[in-house]
Design a protein. Structure first.
Lengths: 112, 115
């Protein structure tokens, strides 16, 4: 079945460590790609999105993601995490207009 | 703007009861989405509307689930009768247009517990 895969279920880092969260999808054709974040007790918020152009996308709070079409990947990165980045991160793909499919999410815990 | 508003924030009910979840999208947004989030299945799209018209309800799990959008500022998701396996957080989201590149803005969710 077509899907969005996030390989890491729970990542634990110390402050200032670098972060990379994996996301792979299996939909063919043109897709739009998103990363959303859900801070504890809050609703989902958009971190960044890609739909065309430069495959390296910069988002809010120092996050970036790189779209590698040949690998069907859209990994999220941040060079130096902070305690406030503790949250759940969701990769999402729209293989068709408005049909957004989410990955299972990766819980990030940043230790102070 | 207050963002997407959902009510109630928490709902506890007994099996067999009817449950109605409500959503007010951001003013001016043309698309509205209902999602369900569970530990087992993650975030799933249930149904979405463009300009108040249901476009794709293939994610609605069973006939017990129904959704309506009588006008541009209000939508409901109804479960009748409810079952314990319906326990989840239900999110409503809206987006400005009908393009797949539009950001979806999520509400705070309704945490439903069916006993």
């Amino acid at each position: 079945a077509q899907s969005v895969s996030q390989h890491n279920h729970h990542v634990i880092l110390s402050e200032a460590a670098s972060l990379e969260l994996g996301c792979n999808y299996s939909y063919g054709g043109t897709v739009n790609l998103f990363w959303y974040v859900q801070y504890p007790g809050q609703h989902l918020q958009l971190l960044l999105k890609y739909f065309s152009g430069d495959p390296l996308v910069k988002g809010i709070k120092g996050f970036e993601a790189e779209f590698i079409k040949s690998k069907f990947s859209f990994n999220l990165r941040k060079p130096s995490v902070q305690w406030s980045d503790t949250a759940e991160y969701f990769c999402a793909v729209t293989p068709r207009i408005n049909d957004m499919r989410f990955g299972a999410g990766t819980r990030l815990t940043v230790k102070p | 703007d207050a963002g997407v508003i959902q009510s109630p924030r928490h709902e506890v009910t007994e099996m067999g009861q009817e449950v109605t979840l409500r959503c007010k999208p951001i003013s001016g947004h043309n698309s509205l989405f209902w999602y369900r989030q569970t530990m087992m299945r993650g975030l799933e799209l249930l149904i979405y509307f463009n300009n108040n018209v249901p476009i794709d309800d293939s994610g609605m799990p069973e006939d017990r689930f129904s959704a309506k959008m009588p006008n541009a500022s209000f939508s409901t998701l109804k479960i009748q009768p409810s079952e314990p396996r319906d326990s989840a957080v239900y999110f409503c989201a809206s987006s400005p247009g009908t393009s797949g590149t539009d950001t979806q803005y999520f509400g705070p969710g309704t945490r439903l517990t069916v006993l």
